[in-house]
Design a protein. Sequence first.
Lengths: 207, 207, 207, 207
Amino acid sequence: MAYQRSERMQRRIASNREGIVAAARLLVSKGGLREARMEAVASEAGLSTGALYRYFPSKADLFVDVLNAAVDREIVILDEIVNGPGSARERLTDAVASFVRRALRGPNLAYAFIAEPTEADVDAARILCRMRFGEVFKAIIRSGIENSEFRAQDVDASAACIVGAFTEALVGPIAPSTRGVEDEDRLIGAVSSFCVAAVVGVVMPCQ
Amino acid sequence: MAYQRSERMQRRIASNREGIVAAARLLVSKGGLREARMEAVASEAGLSTGALYRYFPSKADLFVDVLNAAVDREIVILDEIVNGPGSARERLTDAVASFVRRALRGPNLAYAFIAEPTEADVDAARILCRMRFGEVFKAIIRSGIENSEFRAQDVDASAACIVGAFTEALVGPIAPSTRGVEDEDRLIGAVSSFCVAAVVGVVMPCQ
Amino acid sequence: MAYQRSERMQRRIASNREGIVAAARLLVSKGGLREARMEAVASEAGLSTGALYRYFPSKADLFVDVLNAAVDREIVILDEIVNGPGSARERLTDAVASFVRRALRGPNLAYAFIAEPTEADVDAARILCRMRFGEVFKAIIRSGIENSEFRAQDVDASAACIVGAFTEALVGPIAPSTRGVEDEDRLIGAVSSFCVAAVVGVVMPCQ
Amino acid sequence: MAYQRSERMQRRIASNREGIVAAARLLVSKGGLREARMEAVASEAGLSTGALYRYFPSKADLFVDVLNAAVDREIVILDEIVNGPGSARERLTDAVASFVRRALRGPNLAYAFIAEPTEADVDAARILCRMRFGEVFKAIIRSGIENSEFRAQDVDASAACIVGAFTEALVGPIAPSTRGVEDEDRLIGAVSSFCVAAVVGVVMPCQ
DNA sequence: CATGAATGAGAATTCATTCAT
DNA sequence: TATGAATGAATTCTCATTCAT
């Protein structure tokens, strides 16, 4: 009677897991972490609440996973840009623009997660995610400083500022992310210009 | 025949109100809005939960007050800088530095509140506060553009980026605000340089 | 230093007591017992909540008093009618009409109290009041039976029915006591006819 | 892949719902709406408070249901009598007797609900219920007037009076519904005679 | 005697988590 | 393994009553 986990079953398990994460992501993108109740996630995933706990030991674990999955995708894309060709300036512009563009489209959750703290458990993960984003930008900044494209600066601080700047411009209530789609390019241009100017910062060198 | 409210009592009432706000502020600065339960606030203030409701009609009202009080103080100081003498560049530097410096000291909650969404009621106030901060920086940017200190730019977007940048640099976990006090000046310098460079943005003028 | 209670003081105490009862009555007539909070009563009476407890040991006691005061007045008037001249039938008509008329005017609270149960303590008093009203009508019914104006009947039950009938017709939501003032006489006529017919009840004697 | 809800479970759910309603009914019949706390209901039903909210969205909804269930049963029975054969007089007698008889037995809550106002939400339902009772009696009265069994009269007022009369005779403390069961028939007879006499009202036709 | 701020025991409702089926 | 009903601790808010001033 030894229990052999069939391939079919394995696939179902994997797909259930993905389905749960997808459902959770959808709900978060709609109403934020605050409104993503376990029962709603289960229902969206076509499962029972009990089943959720077979895949994730707690709500926090589930949302940490959701967060990481979303951020992983971002990081992959950003890393490609960062490690790609072009000047540091171009790569920074592209990285910011790429992030902002996808965030404006949704349902990309990176921004939602970045902006919304919750329980301590999830918060810790969020913090790590912000750090991962920070690392991406640190890499660009460092390479820009090395080849004298960028001014000398506190790399940690600048990276934090960049992440904060585009996050706020996107999700912050100040920033009119609701302007409408036509202005998308304008917003992207404005934010990436801001960030590039900040790190380049050859300020009035000829005066 | 009405009794005269004794001065002693008046002082007690005033001090209680302040005590409640202070207790709430403390708890928020420790554990965020989500851990600031009414009972905890009451206990911290040395009162009963019922007493809280004599001073504030609801939890949301209390925290809106706490938030506004913190932000009011900031805005007063920032406005003074903004409307003061000096070039736009100097004023921007000073404004950012001033905010960051006080935030690093604490218990200044402006940054905590700026960063943490909660219930819809409080959230509305938070959004207004961010907007108020945004307005301060818009004013500087506009004046800088007018006198050609700053490049032409999307004022709304830049203001959002500035607020996001120093917020993130402060509360964001990327920027280790836990570094210790020795680095305070360094952080302040880094963040304000970042913001100034971003809006000035005379990028590579001699190339 | 023996304390002589001055006449002035005695008068104030008495007038305060009356003021409290009046305030309570007003609030009840507006929003029912449910909405007559002690603080509101105090405020309406121009006193502090604490003062209330100098005159009444508890909320229940206060409202029992209010109830009894209102009912006392009714009973005095009804008793006058009951013990006055006229046939039992006339006296019953007058009694019902008199009660209904004053109730329609307000702020007569008898009906409000009659219709609204609350805490056990007050409820007991309410029950007693209904009994007192019942006694009034029992007296009329008995005298009507004695002189053969009314049919033989269960006096207790009939009295209860009468009280219930006009109470419901007044405060019950079925009975449109909101019809407007022009219909006042019509309602009074209808209700008293109903009650008289019920106790006379010489039903189809000639058939 | 959805599991089939077992019949056993379905039965449990149905019986739980009924159990909750029954528990609520019991508590109301004992101590009135004001003593029927959600925790007490849950405990009486052998459930947790949380479970109650799976079946009813709020306390008000639960009690509206309880009220309506009780009244529905009454109305069905009364309607049968009203629309049945017999003279208007007979049908009125039967309707009143039927209601009073069942009310004396309990746990029939119609009378309890009829007599006790509570929170606004439940109150609205209570008012509707009284109106439904009123309609039943209006129908009889109208048909009695049409075929000259009853005197001309204000149908609305009379219906209200009837409902008030038997309600008071039952729950009102004047009419000792605690008399004991032997007097049941006597009370029923007295109340229905009262109501019939009231609407027939051919008062002293031969004098 | 008057004041009214403070008390604190409730009461309703929510939701992550468990466990019998 | 899946289900989803049940749990129950947690949390906000209310209001009669008390007591220091």
